[in-house]
Design a protein around this ligand. Structure first.
Ligand SMILES: CC(C)(COP(=O)(O)OP(=O)(O)OC[C@H]1O[C@@H](n2cnc3c(N)ncnc32)[C@H](O)[C@@H]1OP(=O)(O)O)[C@@H](O)C(=O)NCCC(=O)NCCS
Length: 201
C-alpha cells in the first residue's frame, strides 16, 4: 500500500518551498538526469550504475512501495532529491529498514536531506519497523553528521571494505537507531532549530 501524506510542501532554510512526493512510474527520465548531474562521490553508495537508462527503468520497476519505498523532492519535471526505504518482509531483519538518499549539490545544506529522512522515518514507524540503518564511507562527514543530528549512531565499521571513486579502500560505516528513540530526539531537535513551516499536500 502506498504511504499516505504526499505530496507535501516543505520550506527550506533559504525560504524556498519544495514538494516532497512519492516516486512515480514516469520518473525514470528525471531520475536519470538527477543522478547524471551528481558528482560521482555523491552516488557511490548505489550498487548499480545510476547514470544508465537501464538502471532507471529497473529501479522504477522495483519500486513497488512494498519492499522499496522511494520519495523525490522536486518541482515540475526536475528532481533534486531522491531517498528511499528498503525493507524485508520475512526473516530476522523484517523489523529493520535501510535508508538511502542523495540531494543535488545546489540544494544541500538547506535542510532538504533532513526533511526527507524525517518523511522516511514517519513511513517506517507507520509500517511498524523498529530499527533503521544507513551505510556510508567514513569520510562522508556531512552525511554522518546529518544522520547523527536526527539520532542515528555509528554502530559498525568494516575496515577497508569499500572503495572510493579513486579506487582507494575506505571504511564502511553502518549507522543505526531505534525509531522510537529517533522520534524523541527529533522532538528535542525541533525545539533547538529555527522554525520550518510545513504544508499539507
Ligand atoms: C547526506 C546528504 C543527503 C545531506 O543532505 P542535505 O540536504 O545537505 O542535509 P541537511 O541540509 O538537512 O543537513 C543537515 C545537517 O547535516 C550536516 N551536514 C550536511 N552536509 C554537510 C557537509 N557537507 N559538511 C558538514 N556538515 C554537513 C550539517 O550539520 C547540517 O546541518 P546545518 O546545515 O544546519 O549545519 C547530502 O549531503 C548528500 O546527498 N550526500 C551524498 C549522498 C550520501 O552521502 N547519502 C547518504 C548515504 S545513503
Amino acid at each position: 500500500m502506498k504511504p499516505q501524506g504526499f505530496p507535501k510542501k516543505v520550506r527550506l532554510k533559504d525560504g524556498s518551498i519544495v514538494t516532497l512526493r512519492l516516486q512515480e512510474g514516469n520518473d525514470a527520465g528525471a531520475l536519470l538526469a538527477f543522478y547524471r548531474s551528481l558528482p560521482e562521490e555523491d552516488r557511490i553508495f548505489l550498487d548499480d550504475d545510476c547514470t544508465a537508462r537501464t538502471w532507471a527503468d529497473r529501479f522504477i520497476q522495483r519500486s513497488d512501495f512494498d519492499r522499496i519505498i522511494p520519495i523525490v523532492a522536486g518541482e515540475g519535471e526536475e528532481v533534486f532529491g531522491h531517498a528511499w526505504l528498503i525493507r524485508d518482509h520475512y526473516g530476522w531483519m523484517a523489523h529493520v529498514g535501510e535508508l538511502r538518499m542523495a540531494i543535488a549539490r545546489a540544494h544541500q545544506r538547506q535542510g532538504l536531506g533532513s526533511a526527507m529522512i524525517r518523511e522516511l522515518l514517519r513511513i517506517a514507524t507507520d509500517l511498524g519497523l523498529e530499527k533503521m540503518t544507513v551505510r556510508m564511507m567514513d569520510n562522508q562527514y556531512g552525511a554522518i553528521r546529518a544522520f547523527e543530528k536526527i539520532g542515528f549512531r555509528k554502530e559498525a565499521i568494516f575496515h577497508g571494505l569499500v572503495k572510493d571513486v579513486l579506487g582507494r579502500h575506505r571504511n564502511l560505516v553502518i549507522m543505526a537507531d531505534d525509531i522510537s528513540q529517533i522520534w524523541g530526539q527529533m522532538e528535542n531537535l525541533v525545539a533547538d532549530t529555527p522554525p520550518r513551516e510545513e504544508f499539507g499536500g
